[in-house]
Design a binder for this molecule. Structure first.
Ligand SMILES: *[C@@H]1O[C@H](CO)[C@@H](O)[C@H](O)[C@H]1NC(C)=O
Ligand SMILES: *[C@@H]1O[C@H](CO)[C@@H](O)[C@H](O)[C@H]1NC(C)=O
Ligand SMILES: *[C@@H]1O[C@H](CO)[C@@H](O)[C@H](O)[C@H]1NC(C)=O
Ligand SMILES: *[C@@H]1O[C@H](CO)[C@@H](O)[C@H](O)[C@H]1NC(C)=O
Length: 425
């Protein structure tokens, strides 16, 4: 009997684990069993877009008793930082008829938990934010949109809100049955039109729409390091595929100066006056590049947990050859690219800045034509400084440093080295 206290502790630990598992199982919707295991139910098990029905059926025979819906879903994550072209990539997924897309839901976590800190260096803040972010993402991939409500301010009443961040960027949230303002033939509803004309968002309907779609894609710009997502990527209930989108940090900086006018006020002064303000907080850029380097290094070192789930895309490559790159992305996801995606690319990447300027919400504004336009906007000393700070990541991703103002402004000299990043398979 002298060891019984150990037994008690063991029992207690075991029961906690069992309870936890039970709770997770009960609360997570993705665990739905096929009511009747039949070739029809399981035909898609061999992969979402399996061409051969024989392959699909073989998969079904192998797993006749647990062919739940989740195995068919691809949970797509576009991992990027702000102003690196992620809205553009998001749209490439949003246009697909089988994909339910959400534009930066973590915005709500950040504004609720850590107001005003877009790149907090405080380790405790980061941990809180990351834990909450992972939980939210897990729920959203399972189409549990009610979970998001606890982060929306003001709190939604009766599961209805008009405060979902960038709701209009998601096609499914601007079309029937979620929004009745547009008919099925209104293919490309402008984001602003959607927000203006659709009634407040009914989260129940939105969740239904999510379940109707075969796949879920989420754009994430508020997670600094891909390693922070490991628990999510390894979660067996999910089938996560990460597209890490990167961009030349000099281009990111230039774009942020235009967009985040308060945060980058001193950088604007530097650009306008040609003199660096003495009180400019240079650590702003240091943090960006350190996170960036850490994240890319993790991804490119191909840790086992990312096997088959990771692809790095340079925004500049996408801009140069949008159709080809998009096909590669869909290939990696194991989905076939549908006609509407191709059409969207055609309409939005003709290289005409006039066309782009019409999209006032900036989805396309920063796309194809001007991936390298930062070179005409930043002064040489700003570029020089950025290059010094971000030297390692520039090198790793194949972005060339310039040595003079002439080189910087000479657009016939490309700063993007040819470099192939094959998906980690
Ligand atoms: C929520 O629904 C209930 C019952 O339909 C209604 O009485 C209440 O006014 C609604 N609340 C809001 C804020 O719309
Ligand atoms: C939202 O949609 C659900 C499902 O159609 C419906 O039952 C509910 O009444 C709607 N909520 C509101 C506030 O209209
Ligand atoms: C499984 O997914 C399909 C769409 O692919 C949907 O129609 C069906 O309702 C889902 N089944 C369950 C049990 O959720
Ligand atoms: C621009 O770069 C090209 C390619 O290196 C070079 O041939 C050309 O002379 C440069 N133009 C100027 C104005 O420096």
């Amino acid at each position: 009997m002298q060891c019984s206290w150990k037994a008690v502790i063991l029992l207690a630990l075991a029961s906690i684990a069992i309870q936890y598992t039970a709770i997770r199982t009960l609360t997570s919707k993705p665990f739905q069993l096929c009511p009747v295991p039949s070739p029809q139910n399981c035909g898609l098990l061999g992969g979402p877009e399996t061409e051969s029905p024989i392959e699909g059926r073989a998969g079904c025979d192998d797993y006749p008793y647990f062919s739940f819906n989740v195995s068919r879903k691809t949970h797509i994550m576009v991992l990027a930082t702000t102003r690196s072209g992620s809205s553009f990539v998001g749209q490439l997924l949003n246009q697909h008829a089988d994909i339910f897309y959400l534009f930066e839901p973590l915005y709500h976590v950040q504004t609720t938990l850590i107001p005003r800190l877009s790149h907090s260096r405080n380790a405790a803040d980061r941990r809180v934010m990351l834990g909450a972010s992972r939980d939210l993402l897990r729920s959203l991939y399972g189409c549990d949109l009610y979970f998001l409500e606890s982060y929306i301010k003001p709190a939604p009443a009766n599961h209805t809100t008009d405060k979902l961040f960038r709701r209009g960027a998601s096609r499914a949230l601007c079309s029937q049955p979620v929004c009745d303002a547009f008919g099925p033939t209104d293919a490309n509803v402008e984001e602003g039109e959607c927000v203006k004309k659709c009634a407040a968002l009914n989260m129940t309907l939105a969740a239904d729409a999510c379940r109707e779609k075969r796949h879920v894609a989420i754009k994430v710009v508020r997670v600094p390091e891909i390693g922070d997502l490991r628990a999510l990527v390894e979660d067996p209930r999910l089938n996560i595929k990460v597209i890490q989108l990167v961009r030349d940090p000099r281009g990111i900086l230039s774009s942020r100066i235009e967009t985040f006018r308060d945060t980058y006020r001193l950088w604007r002064i530097w650009r306008a006056t040609g003199r660096r303000p003495y009180n400019l907080d240079l650590s702003q850029l240091t943090v960006v590049c350190e996170d960036f380097l850490g994240s890319v290094s993790t991804g490119l070192s191909h840790p086992h947990w990312l096997k088959g789930k990771y692809m790095l895309v340079r925004y500049e490559d996408l801009s140069r050859n949008p159709l080809l790159k998009t096909m590669e992305i869909y290939d990696f996801l194991g989905l076939s690219m549908d006609k509407s995606v191709e059409e969207w690319i055609q309409t939005n990447t003709r290289g005409s800045t006039e066309l782009s300027a019409k999209h006032k919400y900036g989805t396309v504004r920063d796309s194809a034509a001007n991936a390298e336009s930062w070179r005409l906007k930043l002064s040489y000393d700003m570029v020089e400084y950025t290059q010094a700070t971000c030297q390692k990541v520039l090198h790793q991703l194949g972005y060339k440093a310039v040595k003079s103002a002439e080189e910087l402004k000479n657009m016939s000299l490309s700063l993007v080295q040819d470099k192939t990043f094959v998906p980690f398979s």
